[in-house]
Design a protein around this ligand. Structure first.
Ligand code: HEM
Length: 403
């Protein structure tokens, strides 16, 4: 139970539901985050109040059904203020589409749904395979690499730049911004990254307004959802949010998966031996190694599982824990590629379910296929110690591999 001052916990929260578990920041979490989140089912009630001096206090759920309920009821659970990134109140912008509730959310989402549809992302498959192989060419003969810097980061960043219509020579700059914005523990580096991204995107938006292309930023600029173009701040908030949502999530996911692959040669071989089962393999790995959370704020008082919550309370679904709910996924920590198909929560659900889910699945599939075809046998470099990033996207900091 929590040791935090009672004043920080609203009076309506029963003391027996208050816990300080160090979610995303504490030593036990950082030692083995996925095992930590799976174990919550044995040690914690389905809904409890998490006290966290760094990440903030909120109700949390670890249940699959509760997460789907909150995600499917935006009338009770709003996404306003759902992201932790500070903005200038005098020049405010929303992170679009995440911070917009229905019905307005639809008009933004519709602009990009065709690009991110299963058919839309398939157009990128050839490019992805070429890119994965170019990256592998750079290090395969050395017999070793740091997966994170040589493959896990550059793959999604390059795909993102291509999708957005941004130059590939910005890759290292984007990687630097992403690391500083999403992982630096000091606000100065994060603020500098945020301003760097703002200045760069403002310039790009101005250029693409004059000279459009057929990529995502131009699609947003040229959209006329109500017969009118989006405002400059809307275009900016939309483009910026794609950057936040689409980079770190993919590389954290790849890093977690490759760490598991490196440590489980027989399971790696199972993937290689069953190429027709690749979609189920990707889905099961996404279930076991999901990386992020869904934050909401209550718009009205509500009772769930006998727990009384009040309007204004924060609420978060611990999606990785929900994917380990034993009521839905028996033996939840076992990676089982023949599990009966049930909806997973890696990409959340409801109106805000991840627009990039088909893209991310394809990136993971291509990465698995191309890597395992060329480097079927590999392991973690001897002596390497796995350390995880604190914060809202769960993944190892580095992953030195040898083969
Ligand atoms: C494995 C990789 C990814 C994971 C695990 C992931 C996870 C998520 C989750 C959990 C949400 C819902 C957040 C919430 O409800 O609070 C979300 C939303 C979103 N994601 Fe992803 N994501 C991934 C990749 C991507 C990519 C590649 C893109 C785009 C390039 C992207 C763009 C978005 C957008 C725009 C939203 C907001 C959707 C809306 O509000 O309608 N994501 N993602």
């Amino acid at each position: 139970m929590a040791t935090a001052p009672a004043a920080e916990v609203p009076a309506h929260v029963p003391p027996e539901l208050v816990y300080e578990i160090g979610l995303t920041t504490g030593p036990e979490f950082l030692a083995a985050p996925h095992a930590f989140m799976a174990k919550l089912h044995e040690t914690h009630p389905p809904i409890f109040y998490s006290v966290n001096p760094i990440a903030g206090n909120s109700w949390v759920t670890i249940k699959h059904a509760d997460a789907f309920f909150t995600l499917r009821h935006p009338e009770y659970f709003t996404t306003a203020g759902a992201t932790p990134f500070p903005r200038d109140p005098n020049n405010y912008f929303f992170f679009i589409p995440l911070e917009i509730d229905p019905p307005h959310h639809r008009k933004y989402r519709a602009i990009l749904d065709p690009t991110f549809s299963p058919q839309g992302v398939l157009k990128l498959e050839g490019y992805m395979r070429g890119l994965a192989n170019d990256l592998i060419d750079d290090f395969i003969d050395k017999g070793e690499t740091d997966f994170t810097t040589a493959f896990g980061r550059p793959l999604p960043v390059s795909i993102f730049l291509d999708l957005m219509g941004l130059p590939q020579d910005m890759r290292d700059t984007f990687v630097g911004w992403a690391v500083n914005l999403l992982h630096s523990q000091d606000r100065t580096s994060a603020g500098l990254a945020m301003r760097g991204i703002e200045a760069y995107l403002a310039q790009v938006i101005a250029e693409k307004t004059m000279t459009p292309d057929d990529r995502v930023i131009s699609t947003i600029i040229q959209a006329r959802p109500d017969g009118e173009p989006l405002t400059e701040r809307e275009i900016f908030g939309f483009t910026f949010f794609l950057f936040i949502a689409g980079l770190d999530t993919v590389f954290a996911t790849l890093n977690n998966m490759w760490l598991w692959l490196a440590n489980n040669p027989d399971r790696r071989q199972e993937i290689i031996d069953n190429p027709d089962n690749i979609d189920a393999q990707v889905e099961e790995l996404l279930r076991v190694f999901s990386v992020t959370f869904s934050g909401r704020t209550l718009t009205q008082d509500i009772e769930m599982r006998g727990v009384q919550m009040k309007a204004g309370d924060k609420f978060s679904s611990i999606l990785p824990a929900c994917n380990y709910d034993p009521e839905v996924f028996p033996n939840p920590t076992t990676v089982d590629f023949s599990r009966p198909r049930k909806p997973i929560l890696a990409f959340a659900g409801g109106v805000h379910s991840c627009i990039g889910a088909h893209l991310a699945r394809l990136e993971i599939k291509v990465a698995l296929q191309e890597w395992l075809r060329r480097i079927p046998d590999f392991s973690v470099a001897p002596g390497a110690k796995t350390e995880y990033w604190p914060g809202g996207v769960v993944g190892p900091k580095a992953l030195p591999l040898i083969w």
